[in-house]
Design a protein around this ligand. Structure first.
Ligand code: GLY
Length: 438
């Protein structure tokens, strides 16, 4: 028997729960911010509470006595849940607060790569209230820039020249604005290319990549509209992406292996959990946009259902630092994930509208995200509601399954029909060709 505590309440945690439960021995206890019916139905017991309510988490852990914990989102990592569980003698798949700085402090990560001479950093500088006068000179040196607050911003703080602002003066104004609420701001050169997510599993010594995935941040069809947490994603049966070479993936993995080693040298601690590298292929090779200290959402849904090796065994190997002893295999299948979100999302979402889930097509999967079950009815909240996943031998079939699944779910929702379609994939491939030609 493996008693596992799962923290988190989104579709990412729904797929984590499903994958852990593939092992018949798993007994799942879940701690969630809202009652996700998908997770709750897989759990022996659950508790609803905030991720910074360490007393409540402690009480639930002491009551359920799990063998280990899996931490889904970044917020509990940032509030020190792994440290708390360690004190109770419960190990976690997920880094301590100090090591979760890989995600929660962009300056920590950029400086780490710089100090240990790891390739992948763009040109960047970090400014605070004491040296902000120097920011103008640096911004002037860059053709175009990206401004990143140093800290968690729920995906909303990063501003890109050409997308969110146009002039260097606006860039400087935004730096000053960021410093009102954050200790530092990072100014980076804007990178041109195609982005991909490389979610890696690590015990602090070995780093193993899962198949690469491409997410879609913009809200509307054709990559239009505001940025979101991710409207959907796809992965391919050959474990590459149509614009990505084997070497690109190997380069992304190499960066992550060096970063894992650097974290240990820098802190004396081993990082145990997920290192999700947000990477971009540019004309100068693979560069690092950012790390997340957790699986991606939606990207977890592209990789976990394909995992052939038992996930419980993988988690145990992460904790006991035996990852080098197991071979982690993934099915050679393509996946397409499309999120149904409330109308008006992300800027002005409709609230608490009823959702009706009909019959899901064969070969399709569905994961609950920000929904709330009240008695027998299901309601969308204000964020991404339900993820529809198609798995098939190729992208075309997987896209069709995902699209068909969206039609089984009724409510005041919308999704991006174009994710995983031939037309959008060709646009990505053409873009990559243009970039490499420059
Ligand atoms: N898909 C973006 C993220 O998980 O942060």
């Amino acid at each position: 028997m493996a008693k596992i505590l799962l923290i988190g309440n989104g579709a990412r945690e729904n797929v984590i729960a499903e994958t852990l439960k593939k092992n018949n021995e798993t007994v799942l206890y879940s701690y969630l911010k809202a009652k996700n019916p998908g997770i709750v139905s897989l759990s022996k017991e659950f508790e609803i509470g905030n991720y910074n309510d360490l007393q409540k988490i402690k009480h639930f852990a002491q009551k359920t006595k799990p063998d280990f914990a899996v931490i889904g989102p970044e917020d509990p990592l940032n509030s020190g849940v792994v440290d708390l569980l360690n004190e109770l003698g419960i190990a976690s798949v997920g880094p301590t607060k100090n090591l979760a700085r890989l995600e929660t402090s962009k300056s920590f990560t950029r400086n780490l790569l710089r100090k240990y001479k790891i390739e992948g950093n763009p040109k960047f500088e970090i400014f605070n209230k004491n040296n902000i006068e120097d920011a103008k000179k640096f911004i002037d040196e860059l053709e175009q820039c990206v401004i990143k607050p140093d800290g968690l911003t729920g995906g909303k703080g990063v501003k890109v020249q050409g997308d969110h602002f146009n002039t260097k003066k606006e860039a400087l104004n935004y730096c000053n604005e960021v410093l009102q609420t954050h200790p530092a701001v990072i100014v980076e050169e804007k990178l041109e290319g195609e982005e991909f997510s490389l979610q890696c599993l690590t015990d602090g010594k070995s780093v193993i990549a899962t198949p690469p995935v491409q997410d879609h941040k913009r809200a509307f069809v054709g990559d239009k509209g505001p940025n979101t947490g991710g409207m959907g994603s796809y992965s391919c049966e050959n474990h590459l992406l149509p614009f990505l070479t084997k070497k690109d993936v190997e380069d992304g993995l190499k960066i992550t292996q060096k970063v894992a080693e650097a974290i240990h040298k820098e802190t004396g601690q081993y990082y145990k959990g997920i290192m999700y590298a947000g990477l971009i292929v540019t004309k100068n090779g693979v560069k690092l946009l950012e790390y997340n200290a957790r699986f991606g959402d939606p990207e977890a849904m592209n990789v976990l259902p394909l995992m052939e090796t038992g996930f419980v065994d993988v988690c145990k190997a992460i904790i006991s630092q035996q990852l080098h002893k197991i071979k982690i295999k993934f099915q050679k299948k393509a996946t397409v994930c499309k999120y149904l979100v409330p109308q008006g999302y992300p800027d002005n979402p409709l609230k608490n509208k009823k959702i009706i889930v009909g019959k899901i097509p064969k070969n399709a999967k569905m994961y609950y995200a920000s929904v709330e079950q009240k008695e027998n009815d299901l309601y969308a909240t204000t964020s991404r509601a339900i993820a529809c996943l198609g798995i098939a031998d190729n992208l075309e079939k997987a896209e069709k399954i995902a699209e068909e699944t969206t039609k089984s779910i009724k409510g005041k929702l919308f999704h991006r029909e174009d994710i995983g379609t031939k037309q959008l994939i060709e646009k990505r491939v053409m873009h990559m060709k243009e970039i490499l030609k420059k």
